[in-house]
Ligand binder design. Structure first.
Ligand code: MN3
Length: 238
């Protein structure tokens, strides 16, 4: 898979995104190789309309969540990267502690939200299939046990958090994890395959404090298992 296709698949590009390179500038040419300047991060468009996931997620929640929360993370990530560049230029590295924290927070938020949108599709009650289903059975005992574990972990995740099904290539296994904020509690080296946002902004307008009703709707009606299987295959180098 090419880098561009991989970025598209992972939901990290929006329309016309890759044009945001600083005028084709290349770095490192003096060492006999050319490295293109890194592009700015762009908020990816949703693969469906804001009201497409109703009645399980309302249009207003989707719009606010995508534009304000995910959009805010993308803006924060770009701001942080610019601040790193300015810090290097100035030679004053006293802000490193805050910027490293911001990079983890905003960068993880961007990855998790990009994954989350593409993990869902309208009107689906599909089931995991193929090799993904085999691994779910191997690592959790059964598909049903996986579903129960994922819901139990997601329902009990920190107030600002996520539930996650992830694959760890070095361990060659699937695991269910909780995420606190966007960047804490999960294991170094995992690739998120399926994530459920349980920050209140993800469900409060529709479900108020009934988080488990939101997670049950996610599990029962919204998961695009083809997307999850594609991520699994990519994470395994397929
Ligand atoms: Mn969110």
């Amino acid at each position: 898979m090419s880098v561009t296709n991989r970025r598209k698949f992972l939901g990290l590009t929006g329309a016309g995104v890759l044009g945001v390179v600083s005028g084709g500038e290349t770095l490192g040419a003096s060492r006999g190789r050319a490295v293109a300047a890194a592009a700015e991060h762009v908020l990816p468009e949703l693969p469906y309309d804001y009201d497409a996931l109703e009645p399980h997620v309302d249009e207003r929640t989707m719009r606010l969540h995508h534009q304000n929360h995910h959009g805010g993370a993308v803006r924060g990530l770009n701001r942080t990267e610019k601040a790193f560049a300015a810090m290097s230029k100035s030679g004053d590295f006293s802000g490193a502690r805050k910027l490293c924290r911001d990079l983890a927070y905003y960068g993880s938020s961007h990855i998790l939200h990009s994954t989350f949108w593409t993990n869902m599709k309208p009107a689906t009650e599909g089931e995991p299939a193929g090799e993904l289903a085999d691994f779910l059975e191997r690592d959790f005992g059964s598909i049903e046990a996986f579903r129960e574990l994922f819901l139990a972990a997601t329902d009990s995740a920190p107030a600002s958090g996520w539930g996650m099904l992830a694959y760890h290539a070095e361990f060659d296994r699937l695991m269910v994890l909780q995420v606190e904020d966007h960047e804490n509690r999960f294991l170094c080296g995992v690739v998120p395959l399926l994530v459920c946002d349980v920050w209140e902004h993800a469900y409060y307008l529709e479900y108020q404090n009934r988080r488990s009703e939101w997670t049950a709707a996610f599990m029962g009606h919204l998961i695009d298992w083809d997307n999850v299987a594609g991520r699994f295959s990519a994470a395994r180098g397929g």
